[in-house]
Structures are given as C-alpha cells and as structure tokens.
Write a protein that binds this ligand. Structure first.
Ligand SMILES: *Cc1c(COP(=O)(O)O)cnc(C)c1O
Length: 354
C-alpha cells in the first residue's frame, strides 16, 4: 500500500496564457505554466512537486547526457464539453514507460504516483487544454538518470518529469515515405521496443537524407538484412492489402504503439480481417505493383492516422490510391478522434477523465 502523495505546488507569479495564440500553435514549441518533477533517491520515489515551467539544474556529469540513459512517453488530453480533461489510455503509457525503464536499467514508477502526478499537473494547468476544433494538450512524461558520475554502471538517482504542450489541430497532409534499406533504427536484442532517447538521436541523420530526397519520413526495415518492414520511427505502419489490414508483428525492434493497438482493436471489433505478421519488402512492393495495396498509413499519437501517399523503394516511387477512397483509415481515424473527445461511446474504457 502506498499512501496518497503529498504534492507541493509552487504556482507561477504570472501566467503566460494570455500571450499564447491558440489559433496558431506549432507542435512542441509552447509549454504550459507548470511542470511536474519527482526524484528517485535511495531506492524510492519522492519529492513530487509542481513548479513553474523552466530550466532545470542538471549535473554536467549526468549519464543521461553522456550515455542516453533517458526514456520518454507521449500522450494527449482533450477538452470535454463538460470542462474535464480526457486523457487517452494513460495507463498504457505508464505500462510502456515501465517497460522502457526496465530495459534501460531505470526504476519503475508506481501507478498511483504517475496518475496522481499527472492529474495534479493537469488540474493546475487545466486552462491550457485547447478547446479549439481538433486541438489537444500533448503530454510528455520522461525520466532520466540524475547521477553525478561518468562511469558506466546502473545509476542510483533519477528524475521523473511531465511537461505539457498545447497542440493545434494536426492537419496531416498525406506523407511520402521511403523504405530505408541501408541505415538501421533498431536491431534484435537492442532497445527498439523501448521509448529510449538514443533510438531517436540515431534516426535523425537517415531521416534528413530522405528529406533531402523529397520524402517526409522513413519506413525502417529489419537491421539484419533489410528484408522486412518494421515501422516509421514515430509511428507504426499499417497496410490494407486486398481487404486485409496487415501490420508488422511486434518484436523487440518495434515500438508497441498505443495507436497501433487501438486501431487493431477497432478493426477486429468491426469484424475486419487483421494480420499481425512479418511483411517482407518484396511482398509489399509486389502488392504495390499489382495495385493490391488499397491503403497505407502511419499510426501514432501525434497524427493518430497519417495517410501515406507515396512509398519510395530503391529509387522507384509507388503511388497509392487517393485518400478519399481509403475507407478503413478514414473510418478508424474518425472513430478514434470521436472516442478521444467523448463525442462517441468508449467501448474499451480508453479515456480517463481528470
Ligand atoms: C511513440 C512511437 C510510436 C507510436 O506510439 P503511440 O503510442 O501510438 O504514440 C511508434 N514508433 C515509435 C518508434 C515511437 O517512438
């Protein structure tokens, strides 16, 4: 049994809210007035506190900076018509944070602490949840080693934080993706299934090369022979081939997306054929050439569904059917958005009100 948390709150002297243009919010640039912070010291979590958002003192010798001992999560809250914050599947984010923590030799965070910290922070900055059509509050929990020691060994001290960023409507124009067959995001036995900092740092350069070639994003393939489709690096990928929804089966080199899981649950609920299995690059390219790939999309918290317009492979661009014709992706997008905002029933109990 854990007793309820005592969370100290230090309020800002003056809110920055009046300065924010909620009709023009670029992703990840504006942060709310407050942040949550907690310390792991001598084997237990404590010091949960809410303080004004701002810079934090960090030792220059912290392993988080030198060795990437740092993990994060991403989720969203929406404004309900009755003024509550509706948070989408936060317990699943916590579960995943703790899976990442174990892989990175970091302490797990108990559910009570996570939920109490999150709800107190959201309550403190409730006015920052945008109510504009399509807008949301992006929630970024993260944890990093706070030791002052540059030897490589399991750390002893850690910091857990949550910051909040109001996000405008995400108009996802269809994306052009390139199947990456040289660089690797994650390998068997590696950290790809963890939301661990280093996975992203290493993917920026290959992504930039693809952008220089006119693509928006990569589809990563397996690190061994680049023969199998993995995921997109911030999104999982899915295809409707003939009439079946196909997505790569989870493995230790693929991040288990909560959007991915939500899409699969809805598809099965609707009686659609669903296959989670290996998809080879060859199978996909053949199906593209035969016109059997009716839909392709990325699934992740930022966009929910990002339609894929073009898939590039070894210099050849394969164009997909127009977005208006994509029955499944459009339907599942609408349904998920409606569940998240509480305008449709939530049959799976995904939304937590705070
Ligand atoms: C976060 C993330 C996703 C998407 O996960 P969601 O829980 O749906 O947001 C997919 N792939 C990677 C590598 C990610 O980091």
């Amino acid at each position: 049994m854990v007793e309820t948390l005592k969370i100290e709150i230090e309020h800002v002297k003056r809110s920055r809210l009046p300065e924010v243009d909620f009709t023009n919010l670029p992703f990840g640039k504006v942060y709310s007035d407050h942040m949550l912070m907690a310390d792991f010291r001598k084997g237990s979590w404590g010091g949960f506190r809410i303080l004004p958002y701002g810079h934090i003192p960090v030792s220059p010798a912290t392993p988080a900076i030198h060795y990437g001992q740092s993990i994060f999560e991403g989720m969203k809250a929406y404004h309900s018509s009755s003024g509550e914050a509706m948070v989408f599947r936060p317990l699943d984010n916590l579960k995943r944070l703790n899976i990442s923590a174990e892989r990175m030799c970091m302490p797990v965070l108990p559910e009570e602490f996570f939920m109490e910290g999150l709800s107190t922070l959201i309550d403190t900055d409730r006015r920052w949840i945008p109510s504009q059509e399509g807008a949301s509050l992006y929630i970024r929990p993260f944890m990093f080693s706070a030791d002052e020691y540059i030897g490589i060994r399991p750390s002893q001290d850690f910091t857990f934080m949550i910051i909040l960023s109001p996000a405008g409507a995400y108009y996802s124009t269809p994306v052009r993706v390139k199947i990456e067959t040289h660089y690797t995001r994650a390998v068997q036995g590696g950290t790809g299934y963890a939301k661990a900092a280093g996975n992203y740092g290493g993917s920026i350069y290959p992504s930039k090369l693809a952008q220089d070639q006119g693509y928006h994003q990569l589809i990563w393939t397996d690190g061994k022979a680049h023969q199998y489709i993995e995921e997109s690096g911030t999104m999982n990928v899915m295809f409707v081939i003939d009439d079946t929804l196909v997505t790569p089966a989870l493995s230790d080199s693929i991040l288990a997306g909560i959007t991915r899981d939500s899409v699969l649950k809805l598809a099965r609920h609707w009686g659609m054929n669903v296959e989670e299995r290996k998809i080879s690059v060859k199978e996909l390219v053949d199906a593209l050439e035969q016109g059997r790939v009716k839909e392709a999309f990325g699934a992740g918290t930022a966009a929910t569904i990002a339609h894929i317009e073009v898939i590039g492979h070894e210099g050849v661009d394969h164009r997909l059917p127009p977005v208006e014709k994509r029955e499944f992706a459009n339907k599942v997008y609408k349904e998920l958005e409606a569940i998240k905002r509480g305008t449709k029933p939530d049959p799976f109990g995904w939304v937590v009100k705070m």
